[in-house]
Design a protein around this ligand. Sequence first.
Ligand code: HEC
Ligand code: HEC
Length: 357
Amino acid sequence: MKGEQGMHRVWIKGAIGVALGCAVISGCALLESEEAAKGRKLYNHYCMHCHGESGQQQEGFNWGRMPDPRPRDLSESSAMSTFSDQEIFNTISREMRDTSLQEVLDDENYFAVPTMPTFKYTLSEKEVWAIVGHVRTLHGGSLEFDVEGRGAQLESEFNAAKAEYDQAKKVMEEAVAKKEAEDAAKAEAAEAAAIAAGKDPDDIEEDYDEYEDEILLPEEEAFEVAEEKFEKAKAAFEGFSKRPKMAQIRRPDLTVSDDGERAKLEEEGKHLYSKKYGCHGCHSIGDEGGLVGPALDRAGFRLNDTWVYRWIRYPQGMKKHTRMPNLGFDDHDARAVTAYLETLRAPKPENPIPLPE
Ligand code: HEC
Ligand code: HEC
């Protein structure tokens, strides 16, 4: 009898422990909201190799391979709680910039570590917020930022811009119709006057042209402004819940006939590789660099340059769920980095690991 009661008490203690643990620690499927589950899943897919499942140093398999500065301890609450939700968001969802430039290093609002990749071009804004929410749980905090409110704000901005656009369009169409009618009336009057003056009807065309001008009406200019605003609001609203999608990248012509120019491009590509895009955080060349993606020592032999160009500009266009983020390349940078990868032609390892028989 006594024994049974003891067991009972232990069971209750355990249950309370689990319930408390669930409330404090993430990863409890039972009490986890849908957003929290999404944040955890995305973190485990895109961040865990460098930051570790619980955010601790040395934990992710890539941590020890990272060049300085290595990922900080995301579970350390005294430091992490000094960052606002928005600051963490901005780090994850920023523009990659060349960190060898003084102006970039001096910009206090910019997180100038190239080996922390951006996810701005890979995930939706809402997904990034879900990840920020998960990062908060790693140091025992929680997201304070009002994500639903942000979505509602973008929606109402979109609706307002749409109404403005529709109105501007209507006003413009009326103004254009009025101007056209006026022009036609003037042309008709000119034609009548010309005929009355006994002119050759073939010359009348010239007089008519006078009334057609290329200058935009103020209503047309106002419409263009409203249209641009509308496109922006639409992109922001769509980007909130949808992942960025690009048109398929076309096969580029990568020939550079001038050797001097090619050498310059390769040099620039090598610089961008580490100082702007931090590729070495995930890829190794020789003994240096991360292990998240394949080693690139022999990229120049193994990979076709037009394929590399298209891959680095839009990895998700070729492999939807790849762990390699879209880093927001433009054409020029992609040409330079592709040219650099072409130069990577290390000899085959002398003692290759024998294939199993
Ligand atoms: C290729 C490795 C790598 C990946 C992948 C990666 N990070 Fe990082 N992260 C870093 C490095 C390097 C730093 C810079 C050192 C530091 O300050 O922690 C960093 C810094 C951070 C910081 C600290 C920012 C600050 O102001 O100090 C946060 C938060 C962060 N990463 C979150 C994430 C999240 C979330 C993901 C996934 C969406 C992610 N990281 C993916 C390498 C990585
Ligand atoms: C967050 C980690 C990460 C970063 C940063 C990253 N990559 Fe990758 N990369 C990968 C992964 C993972 C793959 C494997 C693709 C797959 O199968 O999903 C890959 C594949 C590749 C490939 C194809 C390699 C092969 O042998 O098939 C190339 C080329 C490449 N990356 C180049 C780059 C370049 C250049 C940069 C910098 C602009 C870069 N990567 C940045 C993770 C990363």
